[in-house]
Every structure is written in C-alpha cells, then in structure tokens.
Ligand binder design. Structure first.
Ligand code: ADP
Ligand code: MG
Length: 392
C-alpha cells in the first residue's frame, strides 16, 4: 500500500528504519541514513501519528550488548529531526514496560526501540517476535532499504500482523532502481568496480542484458586483465574467477554490449607506499608492484563513452580511494558523472562513501541507501521485504 493511503491519524505507527549508522567514541560519524528517513517520519508525525522507530545496529548476535545500544543514534536522530525521541528501551527489545510506553505515546510524539538484533528471533524471522513488535502499534511502515534483501521479523514477519506500507525512501529506491533496469534512458552505461569480481559477477551478468556499455574499474579489472594474458604483478587478483571474467566478455560481445577494461593503471609497491605511485600501461605492470587505481588514459577513454550516456549506474570504486593518491581515478570519474546531464545512480556502500568523500553527492541523481540491497536489485533479484509487502 502507498504510505499516503494508510490511515495514520491518531494511530500508533511502527516504523522500521535503517539506523545502522557508524558510531565512534559514542558519537554517530555519518548521519546520512537518519536524514534519509526524515521525510517519512515528518509526514507521519504531521499527520497526527505516534511514531515508534525501530532498527538494528551492528551484529550483537541475538544478545544484549551495551556497546551496540541505540542510544548514540537516538541522540543524533534528535538533532536531525529537531525533536525529542523517547527512549523505549528494554534489553529484550519488547517487555511490559515498553508496551506501557507505547500506549502512552501521544500523536506527534516519537519513540525508539532498542537494537532489534538483541533478539535472535529478529534475523530468524520468528513469528512470535513479529507479534511482540506488532502488539505495540496499529500499523506498520517499512523505510529500511538497507535490509530489504533480508527476510527478518521486523520487515517480513510483521506484515502478517499489521496494515503495512512502504515509506518514502523505500518508494524512491524501488522507483529509481526499477526504472533504471526496466526502462533505462539510452545509451545506458554501467561502471563496475570495487574489490572483487566474485562479489559482482551476477551484477555484471544481469547488466549485460540491459545496458549498452560496461566500463570495468577497480581491483575487479585485474582479473579481466589477467584473463587477457597480462601479468598483474603483486595486484589483488582472483585467479579462480578468470574463466568467469572471460565468459562475461564473451557474453557482452554476443549481446553487442561494449565492455571496456583499463589500458593504463596506477601502480605502487604497496598501499602504504604512495610515494612510489606511477602510471604504467596494462602490458607493463612491474612484477613487484600492485595496481591501485586506473590511469588518466583510461579515464579519458571512459569519458568518451560516458559523454553520450543518458543514464549511468555506478557500483564499485575505481581504486583504493581511501588512500591518496589512489582516489584520483574514482574522483575523476565522479567529476565526469557530476557534469553529465544524464540520470546518474550510485549503488554500493563504498561507492556512496567515495562520492561523499569527493563532495559530489549533490551532483548525482540518486545515491542508494542500501549497499547489499542495491547490489541484489541490480542482479535482478526480487528483495524479500519489498516482494512481501507487495503481496499483502
Ligand atoms: P561497494 O561497497 O561500492 O559495492 P566494493 O565493496 O566492491 O564496493 O569495493 C570497495 C573496495 O574496493 C574499496 O575498499 C577499495 O579500496 C577496493 N579497491 C578498489 N580498487 C582496488 C584495487 N585496485 N586494489 C585493491 N583494492 C581495491
Ligand atoms: Mg563494499
């Protein structure tokens, strides 16, 4: 159901959000996910609902762990939302005291439950735990795209118990990603990179069927280059994936999809020796050096393809962007994308972080809030939490 069709005035609404944010020394270091949930929360409180937020944080393995309490997130969320958030905490997430607090919550007020993964029943999608959660509220909204690829009590089991709707963030993720895969504006170009080919085989395989060109970057390119017979020195390669990389190249050819790999690369003795960085051609990688970024010639070749694109999806950084100067290729590609008038969609946790690090997030059409979930979407899989809500 559309969120706007759900009757929420004077109701208590349980909202699954993705507040699994990074925390350091007791403080939230990236509030993006909290900001992303704000439109749904604001809409509900303005419509006269009492709102109970719930999320997981980290991996507490089904037991109470003080270090993974939601408290630092609550403090930050109060700042982001500009209003008080009542801590509705129990070490077992739901108990009589929490149930009483839920009853006392008034229209327009917001409460937050303790970390859902303090109960092992959450990830087990246990129906009894879903019932406990549901007993706190009159209806349910799911706005946590980050966990949409998992079937848990708080995003699938609970649908059996309460009238349900997708929140605005979820709605937008589904709309943007489905539109891109099903009705892309052509030419549609995919940039795929990151650490491993093995993580992304299914994504490349699926995108070959829909896009017009694929540009390979990152450590993933090493395995493709190895497949072409280049010697890769001390680079990160997946020898066991060479055959699959070759098969993807063949499939692209058959489908008439342009698939490009880097022609020059930035190499160094190690990630910790940036002063040794220099650019070499793909057929001249020194035995004792490793590929850590794409080179300028590769960036220019890719720019030629990108400048005609009308839609672009990017998953996986072009190099070890966490360490300068190996962020250069990633930043150069991000800058090119930022200047295009094309629809540009970013998927993947590290890719989103790289775009933010470059300060270019406002130049992209959409940065997906779900790393794993956006990958599974791009693989063409249906996400359990979304499929389930569409069935009820
Ligand atoms: P995403 O989270 O966007 O899906 P990945 O997790 O697949 O991306 O990959 C991100 C990681 O890949 C980064 O930590 C980056 O340092 C690493 N990486 C990119 N290029 C290389 C390379 N040439 N050698 C080693 N690691 C690389
Ligand atoms: Mg990653």
């Amino acid at each position: 159901m559309d969120l706007k069709e759900l009757t929420v005035s004077d109701k208590t609404v349980l909202v699954r959000v993705d507040f699994n944010v990074p925390v350091k020394d007791g403080h939230v270091t990236d509030r993006t996910r909290i900001e992303a949930a704000k439109p749904t929360i604001d809409y509900l409180t303005e419509a006269g609902a009492a709102v109970i937020l719930m999320s997981h944080r980290g991996r507490p393995k089904g037991e109470y762990d003080e270090a993974l309490s939601m408290e630092p997130v609550r403090v930050e969320a109060e700042k982001v939302l500009g209003r008080e958030i009542v801590p509705m905490y129990s070490n077992v997430v739901v108990d009589d005291a929490v149930a009483r607090m839920a009853k006392e919550l008034k229209p327009g007020e917001i409460g937050l439950l303790e970390n859902l993964r303090f109960r092992k029943e959450e990830e087990a999608n246990d129906p009894a735990f879903a019932k406990e959660l549901a007993s706190l509220a009159d209806c349910y909204v799911n706005d946590a795209f980050g966990t949409a690829h998992r079937a848990h009590a708080s995003n699938v089991g609970i649908l059996e118990e309460l009238p349900s709707a997708l929140g605005f963030l979820m709605g937008r993720e589904v709309e943007v990603l489905s539109e891109l895969l099903n009705h892309p504006k052509r030419p549609f170009v995919a940039i795929l990179g990151g650490a491993k080919v093995s993580d992304k085989i299914a994504v490349i395989d699926h995108l070959i069927e829909t896009c017009d060109a694929i540009l390979i970057v990152g450590a993933m390119a090493n395995t493709f280059l190895l497949g072409e017979g280049h010697s890769m020195g001390a680079s990160l390669v997946e020898e066991g994936e060479v055959d699959r990389a070759r098969a993807l190249v063949e499939k692209a050819k058959k489908e008439g999809v342009t698939l490009l790999v880097p022609s020059d690369l930035v190499v160094a003795k190690s990630i910790d020796a940036p002063q040794t960085a220099h650019t070499v051609s793909a057929d001249a990688i020194p035995e004792d050096e490793m590929v850590l970024d794409i080179g300028e010639e590769t960036v220019s070749r890719y720019k030629e393809v990108l400048k005609d694109a009308n839609s672009v999806v990017w998953n996986g950084p072009a190099g070890v962007f966490e360490t300068k100067p190996f962020d250069k290729g990633t930043v150069a590609l991000a800058t090119i994308l930022g200047d295009l008038s094309a629809e540009v969609v970013i998927g993947g946790g590290d890719s989103a972080a790289a775009i933010k690090q470059a300060g270019l997030e406002d130049k992209m059409s959409h940065i997906s809030s779900g790393g794993g979930a956006s990958l599974e979407f791009l693989e063409g899989k249906s996400l359990p939490a979304i499929a389930a809500i569409e069935e009820v």
